[in-house]
Design a protein around this ligand. Structure first.
Ligand code: CA
Length: 223
């Protein structure tokens, strides 16, 4: 899952990015409101974390602009103080949740996970395809009682496929949701990673779950 962080305080932004990466998210930073608007409207994100106080375009105006352009990506607003006015304005402008600075990182990731769950039919913290289970909290992947050890990128790929199980996921979509902004889509690294995920998830099991749809992408399904 790929997250956009719109925050002009460099220290805070890199702290959030580092923390998100430790939780296996891909994260991009926009340093001001203008850059945030540009990135939010040209790239595809699964969630946006946005400060209210931003240069050029403040968070409330930025959020209004994003919603005006029909971008429904869940937004978590960061407010400096526990200001009721900021919260009300943020929620009115289309924010899904808010968090008051300073915050504990655990709370931020818990709220992000909750926002990502809102679009899903199941509210469970586990994704399941056949006998394969991925735990979004512990990042553990189990198939038929055997733990499968994945690197963070392999995990992110499997998570995205499992969130979209029984649907074909294009190579481009996979790259957009698993990699950061400066990733070169022409490289074959995604195929290399997919092969690694596959060998870990499917080798030694009678039924393969991950399938290649030639020329399009990949699908994970239990058949
Ligand atoms: Ca700020």
């Amino acid at each position: 899952m790929r997250i956009l962080v719109v925050e002009d305080e460099k220290k805070v932004a890199s702290f959030i990015k580092k923390g998100l990466e430790e939780e296996y998210f891909a994260a991009d930073i926009a340093n001001d409101g203008k850059e945030g608007l540009n990135m939010a409207t040209t790239e595809e994100y699964d969630a946006i974390i946005m400060d209210i106080m931003l240069p050029y375009i403040d968070g409330i105006s930025l959020l209004k602009e994003i919603r005006k352009r029909q971008i429904a990506t869940p937004v978590l607003m960061l407010t400096v103080k526990d200001s009721l006015k900021d919260k009300v304005e943020g929620l009115d402008a289309g924010a899904d949740d808010y968090l008051t600075k300073p915050f504990a990182f655990e709370e931020l990731t818990a709220r992000i996970r909750a926002l990502l769950r809102r679009n899903e039919t199941t509210k469970s913290s586990k994704l399941k395809v056949g006998n394969l289970v991925l735990d979004l909290h512990t990042h553990k992947v189990i198939r038929d009682n055997q733990e499968i050890i994945l690197t963070p990128k392999e995990y992110a790929i499997l998570e995205y496929l499992m969130r979209n199980s029984n649907k074909v996921v294009s190579r481009t979509k996979l790259i957009e949701h698993v990699y950061e902004y400066h990733f070169d889509p022409e490289t074959n690294i995604i195929d290399v990673y997919i092969n690694k995920v596959r060998s870990k998830v499917d080798t030694n099991f009678a039924t393969p779950l991950i399938h290649t749809i030639r020329g399009i992408g990949y699908i994970i399904k239990d058949e």
